[in-house]
Design a protein around this ligand. Structure first.
Ligand SMILES: [Zn+2]
Length: 436
């Protein structure tokens, strides 16, 4: 509050001195606070539909936001909506922009989410939801926060698509934004009647599971340096099919940000060199693909995952690290998270699931794979001893195995793998976020 006050005093002084310098041109200081209208792009929006809604032209929006190509808007993009020009102002009367006019607040060094909620007459929960913050509500100075337009009425001011979604779609939400290489995209769809849903993203097709009155699809954003999803805009196409009707499709651009992964050189001892044999690697992958490419419509997990070891010395290799073996090219990457722990350390189930694999493999060593349902699988490699058998149902925290140094490994550690229908994603995100 003090900061705002001092800015106004300063503005007053400047206006007054201008008045003195131009005696004939004294104008009352225009005390207009420029309230920017910020629209958050939703699935189903086009620049044209947004322009129509606000009574401005696509060129005006494009200019205000430096958008060069009108097709390159994406879900979650914050667009500044310029004031309508006189010529087009009449168009706005039919629309109801009230529910979509949000304000933007730049967080200052001494501000807290709780303080901002008080200042704008809203709740921390609504600010977290609207801005898709993590659940702790952590904010940093300089961060731009959307203040929901109808904060005072205590209703979520999350923008709705500017044109109604085509039937039978009634609601599409893409979480947890922003998305990085290696993250999991969660797509929530509501429809006016039961449908069969599929989606395509980055060459991958995604099944949906029914969860009460809505459908949820999880997609892994691949982080492989060669075959993964490159940073940039990618098209997500969701298809709803009803009996005796032609399919309805909705497309949305989704922004994928770079994962910023480090690189590491790995030297293998002579006796493990043969484990890099491409034929051997491919055969093992083929075998495991048959397991983790199966979509199980039943979900076993709920809430956040726990780290699969009670304590670890450090994360010796995080997910995504670009790898060169014995001086070769950085064409492979680390598919999971490595924990440095002594051999024989207990490894626990991070979430409920069913044991699919518990057997020795050539590259991964002694391996356990869990099916958590909805296409989500976890793997534990280089183990020394198994404590479960295939088919066994496990609860979060149940003992799976003891850690070791078997297979393609350069020392005792636990490798933890998380996959969405075979696509590797960063395991640690499951300990910080709840899917769904
Ligand atoms: Zn590893």
């Amino acid at each position: 509050m003090r900061r705002r006050l001092s800015i106004f005093v300063l503005c007053g002084l400047v206006a007054f001195s201008i008045g003195l310098l131009h005696p004939g041109g004294w104008q009352p200081a225009a005390a207009q606070e420029t309230v920017e209208t910020i629209y958050v792009v939703q699935a189903g929006d086009t620049l044209a539909s947004i322009a129509l809604r606000y009574g401005v032209t696509t060129v005006e929006i494009a200019t205000a936001n430096r958008v060069i190509n009108p097709n390159l808007i994406y879900v979650g993009l914050k667009l500044i909506i310029p004031a309508p020009s006189v010529a087009s102002a009449t168009v706005t009367s039919a629309s109801d922009p009230a529910s979509v006019v949000n304000r933007l607040h730049t967080v200052q060094a001494d501000e807290t989410l709780f303080g901002l909620a008080l200042q704008y007459g809203t709740t921390t929960r609504l600010l977290i939801e609207t801005n898709q913050l993590d659940r702790t509500g952590f904010i940093v100075a300089g961060q731009e926060l959307i203040i929901p337009a109808d904060a005072r009425s205590n209703r979520a001011g999350v923008a709705q698509p500017t044109t109604p979604l085509p039937a039978p779609f009634t609601h599409i939400e893409i979480g947890q934004l922003p998305l990085y290489q290696g993250s999991v995209m969660e797509v929530t769809v509501r429809t006016s009647q039961p449908v069969s849903l599929t989606a395509q993203f980055g060459g991958w097709s995604m099944p949906f599971a029914q969860d009460g009155d809505h459908y949820i699809g999880l997609v892994g954003v691949g982080a492989h340096p060669v075959s993964g999803v490159a940073p940039g805009l990618h098209n997500l196409v969701i298809t709803a099919t009803q009996e005796h009707a032609s399919p309805t499709r909705v497309a949305a651009n989704v922004e994928i940000r770079p994962g910023h992964y480090n690189s590491e050189y790995i030297r293998l001892s002579a006796d493990r060199q043969q484990l890099l044999d491409p034929a051997l690697v491919a055969a093992e992958r083929e075998k495991l693909n048959a397991t983790w490419s199966v979509f199980n419509p039943q979900r076993y997990w709920s809430g956040p995952f726990r780290v699969p070891v009670d304590q670890f010395i450090r994360i010796s290799s995080p997910f995504g690290t670009r790898r060169s073996y014995d001086g070769g090219p950085f064409s492979s990457y680390h598919e999971g998270t490595d924990f440095a722990i002594p051999g024989g350390t207990p490894v626990y189930a991070p979430a409920d699931g069913v044991v699919m694999v518990a057997e020795p493999l050539a590259v991964r060593g002694n391996a356990v794979v869990l099916d958590h349902g909805w296409g989500l699988y976890s793997g534990y490699w280089h183990l020394s001893e198994f404590k479960v058998t295939p088919g066994q149902v496990v609860k979060q925290g149940d003992l799976l195995a003891l850690s070791g140094n078997t297979g393609l490994s350069t020392g005792a550690h636990l490798h933890w793998d998380m996959r969405v229908l075979g696509v590797n994603v960063d395991p640690m995100q499951f300990t910080r976020q709840v899917f769904p």
